[in-house]
Design a protein around this ligand. Structure first.
Ligand SMILES: Cc1ncc(COP(=O)(O)O)c(C=O)c1O
Length: 487
């Protein structure tokens, strides 16, 4: 087995956040009464939308006739109404009313080189001219993509292109079940692994089980289990119990912690999980939908130097182009996947008419090449560090209980701590909507100040960020923080 050769100087993370420190600050935040934006300031922020975003409003009203909820994405809170975007360039988004925003939503993560990146667009144009969008037969870019992933993440010995992160998580657990002959899949409470029938389980808040599993029969989640985030004893207990219950096919982890490190894992946590998986004969699956190439050329696994058996990819492996996903890993395990109907040993049935289309494989290949050659993860990570430090200074200056931390270019800032609510809290059903509404208001206030975040609590920085975008962002935080009502 080759070692992961990634050099840490090319990684986004200059440090690992202090898990205990973040956890204790978050506990305080969630135990404290909510802080609100002053009503007169909130009125002004909402007036921004009515006065400056009239075309968006009109468009969304019309869209509601044809699209459920009027919008296809839930990455932004879309409060007070979704904004319609017209142009994306570098670090900025422009809406249909001509307003400019610093873009930290980053389409959910994939545009780490900056939006609308010319090099990737040129590659797409070339492939389109030569092949059109899809052929359905082997194309050299399929191999180039698999090879460049392997070169940077050597534990990904074999790679299969798929359509999305959701599909790739689904495929990874199917491969694990086929290879091990066991059914149980253990995930971390609160983690997100897409919306497939089996994985809409304990999303966002640990031990919420099937709370969001509407339309999903109970049988589908019968073999999905969870352990308490970051708690190795909790995982061990489940693995031990499973010994008398068919064993465990796989443990599925977001390596930085659930929801991309919303609950920060200790740095040695993944290594401990690796040991447990070996002890109990379970496969270790890393969901690197966000962290692959964003954490650094070797992904979170390279940074942590922990070998998963399977890795799930999304978003970035297409450079942001459609059909963005894949699964890779140990050759013998990956060989349990069938291309079509294969005879002989049991194979996991996996396919997809548009998967591995030349367009996506080419854009993915060139995006990864560019990310590595330009040191994009590191540059975006440096911007993430500067921004987090700036946010922290403002939190301190205004004596606010808010919490900010980052894994390089992945920044978390929490004003309400909704994902830290506990199912044991008898008031959870009252607190949930209040705390969601609070982040929504905060997200709207930031948008009115020209900054778009992911769901009001996450920021992805990119290679396109610079002193100008950082200043504009910190000015926005300053303006909003100055309008928080403190007793
Ligand atoms: C960790 C993780 N896994 C899986 C997914 C699902 O990916 P997709 O939206 O491409 O289906 C996401 C999406 O944000 C994610 O963050």
């Amino acid at each position: 087995m080759k070692e992961n050769t990634g050099k840490l100087e090319h990684y986004a993370l200059s440090h690992w956040p202090d898990a205990d420190h973040v956890a204790s600050k978050m506990q305080k935040l969630v135990d404290a009464p909510l802080l609100h934006i002053k009503p007169e300031a909130m009125k002004r922020y909402l007036a921004y939308f009515d006065e400056k975003c009239a075309r968006s409003k009109q468009m969304i009203e019309e869209a509601k006739e044809y699209i459920p909820g009027g919008v296809q994405h839930n990455l932004a809170f879309n409060y007070p109404f979704p904004l319609a975007m017209e142009k994306a360039e570098g670090a900025y988004l422009y809406d249909v009313d001509g307003n400019r925003y610093v873009d930290y939503l980053q389409a959910g993560g994939p545009t780490m080189l900056g939006s609308n990146y010319p090099g990737i667009n040129e590659a797409a144009e070339k492939v389109l001219k030569e092949n059109g969008a899809v052929i359905g037969l082997f194309n050299e870019y399929e191999m180039k993509l698999a090879k460049i992933i392997h070169e940077n993440m050597p534990w990904v010995e074999r790679y299969r292109s798929l359509a999305s992160g959701t599909e790739s998580d689904m495929v990874a657990i199917r491969i694990a079940r086929t290879f091990t002959g066991k059914a149980n899949i253990v995930k971390e409470g609160g983690a997100y692994h897409g919306w497939s029938d089996q994985l809409v389980y304990s999303l966002h808040i640990p031990y919420t089980g099937r709370f969001e599993a509407h339309g999903i029969p109970k049988e589908c989640t019968a073999h999905t289990q969870e352990f308490y985030p970051g708690n190795i004893d909790s995982l061990r207990k489940i693995l031990e119990e499973n010994e008398n219950n068919g064993g465990t096919a796989a443990v599925l982890l977001e390596p930085f912690g659930p929801e991309c490190g919303t609950r920060v894992a200790h740095r040695d946590f993944c290594a401990k999980v690796r040991q447990l998986c070996d002890e109990f004969g379970a496969l270790l699956i890393f969901d690197e939908v966000v962290t692959a190439f964003r954490a650094g050329p070797g992904g979170a696994q390279g940074y942590l130097n922990v070998r998963p058996d399977l890795t799930v990819f999304g978003k970035i492996v297409s450079g942001g182009f459609p059909m963005a996903g894949g699964v890779g890993g140990r050759a013998d395990i990956m060989d349990s996947i069938a291309a079509g109907v294969a005879g002989g040993a049991a194979k996991a049935y996996v396919g997809g008419t548009l998967s591995a289309n030349p367009l996506t494989c080419a854009t993915g290949y060139y995006a990864i090449k560019e990310i590595v050659e330009k040191d994009a993860a590191k540059i975006a990570g440096e911007q993430g560090d500067k921004l987090t430090q700036g946010i922290q200074k403002l939190i301190d200056r205004y004596h606010l209980p808010f919490v900010a931390w980052n894994f390089g270019s992945i920044i978390h800032f929490e004003v309400s701590g909704v994902m830290y609510l506990s199912v044991q809290d008898p008031d959870i059903m009252k607190k949930l909507p209040e705390r969601y509404a609070n982040i929504k208001a905060f997200g709207a206030a930031m948008t009115a100040n020209g900054v778009i975040t992911l769901a009001g609590s996450r920021i992805y920085t990119s290679m396109a960020d610079n002193d100008e975008t950082l200043k504009a962002t910190l000015d926005a935080f300053d303006e909003v923080f100055s309008n928080i009502e403190v007793e």
